[in-house]
Design a binder for this molecule. Sequence first.
Ligand code: MGD
Ligand code: MGD
Ligand code: MO
Length: 825
Amino acid sequence: MAMNRRSFLKRMLSVSATVAIGPSLLVATDAEANSELLEGAWRTSGSHWGAFRARVVGGEVAEVVAFSHDKHPTEMLDGIKGLIYNPSRVRYPMVRLDWLKKTEGWNTTRGDNRFIRVTWDQALDLFYGELERVQKTYGPSGLLAGQTGWRQTGQFHSCTTHMQRAIAMHGFFVKKIGDYSTGAGQTILPYVLGSTEVYAQQTSWPLVLENAKQIIIWANDPVKNAQVGWQCPTHDVYGYFAELKDKVAKGEIKVISVDPVVSKTQNYLGCDHLYINPQTDVPFMLGIAHTLYTEDLYDKDFIKLYCLGFEPFVDYVTGKTKDKVEKTPEWASAICGVPADKIREFARMLASERTQIMFGWCVQRQQHGEQPYWMGAVIASMLGGIGLPGGGVSYAHHYSGIGEPATGAAGPGGFPRNLDPGMTPLHNNSDFKGYSSTIPVARWIEAIEEPGKEINYNGSKVKLPPIKMVVVSGNNPWHHHQDHNRMKKAYYNIETAVTIDFAWTATCRFSDIVLPACTQFERNDIDLYGAYSATGLLAMHKLVDPLYQSRSDFDIFKGLTQRFGIGKEKEFAQDMTEMQWVEKLYNECAVANKGNFEMPDFKTFWKDGYVSFGEGHTFVRHALFREDPELNPLGTPSGFIEITSRKIGSYGYEYCQEHPMWFEKAERSHGGPGSESFPFWLQSCHPDKRLHSQMCESPAIRETYTVQGREPAYINPSDAKAKGIKDGDLIRVYNDRGQLIAGAVVSDDYPSGVIRIQEGAWYGPTGSEIGAIDTYGDPNTMTLDIGTSELAQACSAYTCLVEYEKFKGEAPAVNAFSGPIVVAP
Ligand SMILES: Nc1nc2c(c(=O)[nH]1)N[C@H]1C(S)=C(S)[C@@H](COP(=O)(O)OP(=O)(O)OC[C@H]3O[C@@H](n4cnc5c(=O)[nH]c(N)nc54)[C@H](O)[C@@H]3O)O[C@H]1N2
Ligand SMILES: Nc1nc2c(c(=O)[nH]1)N[C@H]1C(S)=C(S)[C@@H](COP(=O)(O)OP(=O)(O)OC[C@H]3O[C@@H](n4cnc5c(=O)[nH]c(N)nc54)[C@H](O)[C@@H]3O)O[C@H]1N2
Ligand SMILES: [Mo]
């Protein structure tokens, strides 16, 4: 590729002094790769928020506009510039003062945020030294590097993959199973429907719109949640939402949102609302099942042909077994708050016409979260619509464009997470000394707290390993994990915490070594356009050079592996540069698609920034199974829908038995346990205007929703009035586990007894002491950290009660976004 000398010189001149001393190993190659992208030219990129083009002027991103193929761009694109340029950027490698000096009590001062600046070499030497020490002292069970999260998009620069491959070259480490999103769902549904369902393609929206007469949006807010995607979203699904809105207005499809709150989706569609008390979907569904059964409204043929174990379930519903209580609508009503007549009416309505039930994921991110999903499958089976277009049950229509027609094109592969054949770790010791090498993802704090404890998990025993070192990249556990004060205390047992991030999140604050990564906008990559639709491929053109002393994760881990021995960094990188990798992934994708989709050569693709795979095709979930259950069995033990699971029954668990059941929660509002002391249910739903904690740091977009600079807390007008709180006031929200300051937004969308604070708000405690008030408003300051049940051991963030009051006195300043307190060594 010929170097355009003039643009290269111009680029060099526009690079600021700090960046010029930056150590990128790949500057020459990058400049070459971008040489055709002239100063001031539009560059293309994908992201979790959608595709866009950006113009760079004078070495700075000047403008970001939505990609022309995206007809429904999210306003979160306005936050992109703020991700690159903001005071929270991690600028230099930093080491925590008390940790480095081993000051007395050094292990209890994490979170005081005092750090000293070190060079890259010093930081990587320290990181390597700690890996050595922990492997030699404790072996592989001492190191946790298995957590993953919403690292930025890009097939090559998947940062956690880089971290895990590098560490695997050093030695074995503790890994995780499951995720925070769907831990309960992905564990229970394979027993019931034969696949996780939550990450599977679902019936295409055009077929749903054509065939469904009724859609139940159950614990689900797709209009809010489809704004982001695991890979770059096309947002085509918003075209279908618009059609649905139109059909609702014309009375062609009846849509009901089953939710304690009035969601963004309900407001958008103008659909009906069925209010339900929080965490009580199972009693409501049992009441529905009771009506369908006793009024003979269920599809007996479907149950006979496609399901197993209906009778034991019916015996439970009719009160013959277990608690011997008949699950009448009256029984259900007393718990779920829906009048008994309304439950009957709802059940009759479901049975009257073809109904598509669409669950969100929130309802399984609570204690016993396995049960509502299992019950949902049972209700859908009784209705008999599974496998029909516009019928049955789905658990993913809100996620990553699922339901958009798909082209079937192969997407690009990625950088390898594991070692290549023939590679061996420096410390080839896989002896976990009887501890488990894999733990359910959300039980890691419990492991740090109580090493050696045995817990049940999905039919097996897990012995929690004695973790002494934690390495985090591409996720932010000090927002995503529950009960931060418990985390603080648990971390006293940790000897070393290393974080690699571009943003000075709370996870950096609670770490000992922090390495500055660059953002996706400071490197080249390739993205799939439409995670499930495979609509096309996007070039992710580097916009600017890595800011300050940040490096790409690829470069960071080349630097680390260099310390493992001569030539190790080459082994890590398979001796290829960033651009060679991007080109290789593209070319392999072209080979995989040969004959079906013709792709231009790499140079042309890189110049144009986009390749389209054309129109997608429609699909009906479970249609093949319905067509012939013998020829196309489900992946369950029997091949049928398992209303009763012998296998689960054989585990002998208390809170997940052989068929779905109602279990009372540890904490529940509206008269449930704990509500006398803490009457309000805290729902820490996914944020409308950011992706978890990402973009919370972006000042322009944060200003559009904060209240006096704090995270909003959405509360009910009569509750607010009773407490003398007005819209715009600061409030203190608290329970026995923690406290925070938030800004009140008083809205009729929230029922009495409910408070919403969106997850992902940056944790900014006033100090390192247990119980310090959070100045910005991270709900995980207060959430409960327990597993859903012995089956999935998944995140139960939505089982949480709190109290709140008007904030009195002078509120401490927000300290979440200003980076570390830099002290002299
Ligand atoms: N209370 C409550 N808690 C929850 C939830 C809830 O509903 N309620 N939801 C849960 C769910 S479903 C999820 S998925 C999790 C999400 O939890 P996370 O995935 O941990 O959340 P993110 O904020 O996306 O964190 C990603 C982090 O990676 C960093 N990062 C991004 N790209 C790169 C990169 O290229 N290199 C490096 N080095 N770093 C990068 C970002 O700056 C950010 O700090 O939260 C869970 N926690
Ligand atoms: N804008 C944006 N979109 C996102 C994300 C983001 O951070 N920002 N994160 C993505 C990720 S990682 C995930 S996992 C998904 C999350 O997807 P979900 O978990 O489905 O999303 P939530 O918005 O938290 O919850 C959906 C709805 O469930 C309702 N709900 C909560 N509890 C109950 C209950 O007990 N019963 C009933 N009936 N309803 C209940 C809530 O009121 C809310 O309206 O979203 C994805 N999409
Ligand atoms: Mo998630």
